[in-house]
Design a protein around this ligand. Structure first.
Ligand code: NAI
Ligand code: MG
Length: 484
C-alpha cells in the first residue's frame, strides 16, 4: 500500500499545489494508486525564488567542493538505502518490471556517486599574457537550474541533472512528469536526510502546459535541462531564448544498429533484447531500427521474432527478478500511439512478424513487436515510436547501410556489429550520432558523454562534458604594477 496523497517540496517544506491535485494511475491496471499535488505558476515562482535566494547567499555555492561532493554522494546512498520502497512505487506508477526499477535506482545512485566525485575536479587554467599580466579562469555555478523530467526514467533522469547541478554548486527546481511524479519525492527526502540547505532542491509536479511552461519561461532561471519530445523541446528552447539562458535538450531518436554479414548473431540477441524491449522500448536511445546485411536478414528476423515471442508481458509488480519479461507501457495513450504507428506501417506495406497488438486485458500492454518489409522512406523507419516496436531494414553495401542509418531527422546513438575493426571504425566515423556503440548496444555508462545530433537535441549529459552545462567560465586578467 502506498500513501494516497503526495505533496510538492519547495524551500525545504512539503506543500500542497495551488493547481489542486491529480490522480496517478498504475498503467498495468488502469487503477488510481495515489494523488499528486499540482503546482501552478505561483508555486513555480516560489520554488525559483527559494532556489535564487539560496544561490545568492552562497551558502551552497561557497562550500569547499569536497564537502558539496560528499553531500551529493550521500544523496545517492540514501536512494540505495531505500531501494525496496522506491522501486515498488516506480513500478506501480511507471509499469516497468520490478527488477528494471531496481536497476534504474542503482543507475540513479551511480550519478550521485560519479558527480559527487567530480565536484572537486573542476579547475580553471592560467593563460600566459607576458610579463605584464597574470590571468586565470574560474568556474562559477550558473545559479538556478530548471530541470523538466520525462516519465520513462523519472528517477534516473532527475538524478542525471540534479547530481551534476548540485555538485557544481547550483540550486535546482525540478518539474516532475505528471504521469510518474511519485518517486521523485525521494530526492526531496534525500536532500532532507543529508541536510542540504533549504532551496537547494525543489521538487514539484504540475502540468507541462502550466508548471512546465512557467518554469521554462521564469526570468529567475539561469539554465534549463529538458528530456522529452521534439515539440516540447522547441517550446522550451524558445522560452529559454526569450530570457537568453542556455538549455540542454535531449529529444529522443530513431537509432539504428547496423549488423554486418560477419557479426556474431548469438551475441547480438542480447543487444536486441535490451536495445528495444528494455523499459518496453520507452528509451530515447532504443535500438528501434536494425539495418542488417541482406545475406543474414532471414536469420536475424527469425531470431528477433523468437526473442519477441519469448518475452512474457504483464504487470511489472509480478516481475521481481531479471528474466524474459516486459511490463506495461506508461499509459494507454502512449500504447495506442504505438499501435496506430504499427497499423499505419502495415498500411504502407510493412509486415508484422511478431506482436503488433494490445494485450486483451486492462492496462497499457503492447506485445513485443517485430516489423519487416520496411523501406527507409516509410514513416515507421523515420519517426520515433517510443514503444517495444522493432523495425528491420536491410542493406547490400556498407555505404548503403550508413546512408539508411543517417536518413532520419534524429541522431542520438547508433551501433555497428561486425568482426572487422576497420569496418567498425569507418562506421563509427560516418554515423551521425552523439554516441556510437561497437558490438555492444548501450556500451558506456555514467562516465561517457551522451547527447544528440540533429533533432535529437543539443548539449551533452553524462561524463565530464555535462559539468560544463552548469558552470560559467569567468576570466580574471590582472595587470601587474611596475616593480618600484
Ligand atoms: P513531453 O515532451 O510533452 O513531456 C516531457 C516533460 O515535459 C513532462 O514533464 C511534461 O510535463 C513537460 N512539458 C510538456 N509540455 C511542456 C511545455 N509546454 N513547457 C514545459 N514543459 C512541458 O512528452 P510526452 O507528451 O509525454 O510524450 C510524447 C512523446 O515524446 C513520446 O511518445 C516520445 O516519443 C517522446 N518522449 C521522449 C523522451 C525521451 O527520453 N527523449 C521521454 C518522453 C517522451
Ligand atoms: Mg506532450
Amino acid at each position: 500500500m502506498i500513501k494516497d496523497y503526495w505533496q510538492n517540496y519547495i524551500d525545504g517544506r512539503w506543500v500542497d499545489g495551488k493547481a489542486g491535485r491529480h490522480p496517478v494511475e498504475n498503467p498495468a491496471t488502469g487503477l488510481t494508486i495515489a494523488h499528486q499535488a499540482l503546482a501552478n505558476e505561483t508555486d513555480v515562482d516560489a520554488a525559483v525564488c527559494a532556489a535564487k535566494k539560496l544561490h545568492l547567499s552562497s551558502e551552497w555555492s561557497g562550500l569547499r567542493p569536497v564537502e558539496r561532493g560528499r553531500k551529493v554522494q550521500a544523496m545517492g546512498q540514501y536512494l540505495l538505502d531505500h531501494i525496496d520502497e522506491i522501486s515498488e512505487v516506480l513500478t506501480l506508477e511507471q509499469g516497468k518490471p520490478l527488477w528494471e526499477s531496481k536497476l534504474e535506482i542503482e543507475g540513479a545512485a551511480r550519478y550521485f556517486e560519479y558527480y559527487g566525485n567530480q565536484a572537486e575536479t573542476l579547475e580553471g587554467r592560467s593563460i600566459p599574457l607576458g610579463n605584464g599580466y597574470l590571468d586565470f579562469t574560474i568556474h562559477e555555478p550558473m545559479g538556478v537550474s530548471a530541470q523538466i523530467i520525462p516519465w520513462n526514467y523519472p528517477i534516473e533522469m532527475t538524478a542525471r541533472s540534479l547530481s551534476a547541478a548540485l555538485a557544481t554548486g547550483n540550486t535546482c527546481v525540478v518539474k516532475t512528469p505528471e504521469l510518474t511524479p511519485l518517486t521523485n519525492a525521494w530526492f526531496a527526502k534525500a536532500a532532507e536526510a543529508v541536510d542540504l540547505p533549504n532551496g537547494a532542491v525543489n521538487i514539484l509536479c504540475g502540468l507541462g502546459s502550466v508548471a512546465g511552461a512557467a518554469l521554462a519561461s521564469h526570468p529567475g532561471v539561469d539554465q534549463i535541462v529538458f528530456t522529452g519530445s521534439v515539440p516540447t523541446g522547441v517550446a522550451i528552447a524558445t522560452a529559454a531564448a526569450q530570457n537568453v539562458v542556455p538549455c540542454v535538450l535531449e529529444l529522443g531518436g530513431k537509432s539504428a544498429a547496423i549488423v554486418h554479414a560477419d557479426a556474431d548473431l548469438d551475441a547480438f540477441e542480447t543487444d536486441l533484447r535490451w536495445g528495444i524491449y528494455f523499459n518496453a522500448g520507452q528509451v530515447c536511445s532504443a535500438m528501434s531500427r536494425i539495418i542488417v546485411h541482406d545475406s543474414r536478414k532471414d536469420e536475424l528476423i527469425d531470431r528477433a521474432v523468437a526473442i519477441a515471442n519469448g518475452l512474457s508481458t504483464g504487470p511489472g509488480i509480478d516481475r521481481p527478478e531479471f528474466g524474459a519479461n516486459m511490463g506495461s507501457m506508461v499509459s494507454v495513450a502512449q500504447r495506442d500511439k504505438a499501435r496506430m504507428m504499427i497499423e499505419h506501417a502495415e498500411a504502407q506495406g510493412a509486415k508484422v512478424l511478431a506482436g503488433g497488438h494490445a494485450l486483451n486485458r486492462p492496462g497499457a500492454f503492447l506485445q513485443p513487436t517485430v516489423l519487416t518489409d520496411i523501406t527507409p522512406d516509410m514513416s515507421i523507419a523515420r519517426d520515433e515510436v517510443f514503444g517495444p516496436v522493432l523495425s528491420v531494414l536491410s542493406f547490400r553495401s556498407d555505404a548503403e547501410a550508413i546512408q539508411i542509418a543517417n536518413s532520419t531527422d534524429y541522431g542520438l546513438v547508433g551501433g555497428v556489429f561486425t568482426s572487422d575493426t576497420n569496418r567498425a571504425m569507418r562506421a563509427a566515423r560516418d554515423i551521425k550520432a552523439g554516441q556510437v556503440f561497437v558490438n555492444e548496444w548501450y556500451a558506456g555508462g555514467v562516465e561517457t558523454p551522451f547527447g544528440g545530433y540533429g533533432k535529437s537535441g543539443y548539449g551533452r549529459e553524462k561524463g565530464r562534458e555535462a559539468l560544463w552545462n552548469y558552470v560559467q567560465t569567468k576570466n580574471i586578467a590582472i595587470k601587474l604594477g611596475e616593480q618600484p
